[in-house]
Structures are given as C-alpha cells and as structure tokens.
Design a protein around this ligand. Sequence first.
Ligand SMILES: [Zn+2]
Length: 317
Amino acid sequence: MTNSTDDSSKLIPRIDRHAHLEGSLSQSWVRERVDSVPDSLEALWRGEALPFTSFIDSFLFVADLMNSSSATRSAVNSAVSRLPQTGDSPAGIDLWCSPLFLVVERKLLTLDELWKGIEQGISDASAQGVNIRVILDAVNHFGPANGHALLDLVANDLPSFVIGFSTGGLEGVPFKEWAPVFDRARGLGLRCAAHAGENGPASNIVEAIEEAKVTRIVHAVRAAEHPSVLEFLAEKEIPVDVCITSNYALVPELTHHPLKVFMDAGIRCALGTDDPGIIHTDLATEWHRATDLLQGNVAYLERLVENSIRDTWCLPD
Ligand SMILES: [Zn+2]
C-alpha cells in the first residue's frame, strides 16, 4: 500500500551519505576565480547528461582550484551548506577526498595544508552540530598502484577524521586486482567502500564485495536489471549510497532511476549528493526526487532516513 505524506519537512535526512570534497565547491566560488569554465562544466551546471569522461574533465578543472587550506575549508563549508538546515535527525557528511591527486599529481597544496583545511571545515561544521568523516578515494582505472601510492602518502600521518578508503573513477580494473590495496587499507584501520555498478557492469558490485571485501557500495545503479545482484546486496545487508541527480547526469542511458527497485528488494539505501558543485543539487533536492520515485511511500521514506543514520560512517559509534 502506498501512503503519502503532506509534511515531508519533518521526515528528511540530514546526513549526506556521499559527497566528494573536490566536487563540493560552489558555482559562485568557482566563477569568482576563473575567467571561463569548460563547456562540459557549463552543461553539467545546466543539468544536462554527459558521458562519464566529460564529467571527469569538469571534476579535474574544479579540483585544480583546491590549492590552499582556505579553498579546502570553503569546499567543506559548501558541502555543509547543502544539508537541510532544519530537522531533528543527526546531521553529517561522509566526505570522499582524493589526496594523491591534489597533493602529488597536481601539486596544488601540501598534505598538511589539505588536512588543515579539512580540519578547519570539520570544526566549522561541528559548531553547527554537523559531523564529518573523510573517506580516501583512489582511482580505479589507474590500477592498484594508484591505491598503494595514496596509502603511502597518508599512512604515516593519518588524521583521526579519516575513517575509510574507497575506489572511484572508471571501473576499468577488476576488483580482484585491487584486493591487496583494500587489505592494506583495512590494516590501517580504515573501512572500505567502492564506487561500483555506475559506469561498469553489475558484476563489479559482487566482485567488489566478494574479492575486495568492501562493506559499502556507491551507486550500484546497474544492479537494477540483475535480480541476483539485488538479492545479493539485500542478503549481505550492504549499504548502498544512492545519488539520483548524479546518476541521471552520468549514466545517460538511465531513463528511470531504480531507487524503488532497490527498496522493493530490501537494499539498505541512503541518499548522497556526490559532486553537487559540478552536478547541481543538494540533499533536499535528492530527497524530493526520492519522494517522487517512491511515490510518497512513507514506510520507504522513513527507511531511507533510518538507513542514512544507521549506516553512515560520520556519526560516533
Ligand atoms: Zn562519487
């Protein structure tokens, strides 16, 4: 039975379960600092769907502006500003970050400057009652060496706010090859997640869980037409971070988001914004899109809020 709610403001998550630091800078902040932006970024800001490779171009352009502690702090502040400002539920962000790209590959700032900016942003957020924890993001298509280099960079000075390790980017390298990197991350006390089933096949989701032993999946949209993968995610009780606006933008063949299919299957979904400074959205927008997809089903919406709290990594245990 489908119920509807006429007061959804009481029922809204205040935890952004998946946001990238580099994709969180606001449009106005970016425009103030550059003469022009790439066509692909303008298109994404207008809400157009683009191939994933075009998104990466825009991501790199914006990330190149993260060249100081101050810019880093601004990105964290912008991520916090995209949370619903009212509501009783706990507030927080699971914030993905790519130190290897920023510090080593682009040499935009030092690791100390990066950590300092994030720490300042976390402190600002804490003053507003918002909890933030950081998940390191390695690039799948660059292969396991990229993951090892990331861990080499941070292993000797891992701030307490860094709680997880993940792969992102194009799902080009099998998770079996990534397994030793995930083992090493776990050895450092990090929880493990993976972007999977976004630009790669649904089988990547199963491989990430079985081969790399990740305990959390980001996106998983390509599981929708694979009942065995849906069952697998539900049976294993794997939390899935769902980013509706991002999925429509970066999975161009996606005509109807499978959130309801996921919920019908019993998967533990929660909502995230992904790269809201690039693919324009905020958590309230994701909530309204989810409400539409779930046809206002209150039981499902309540479950989304419960999952956002239960499975997040940013709240104290
Ligand atoms: Zn992501």
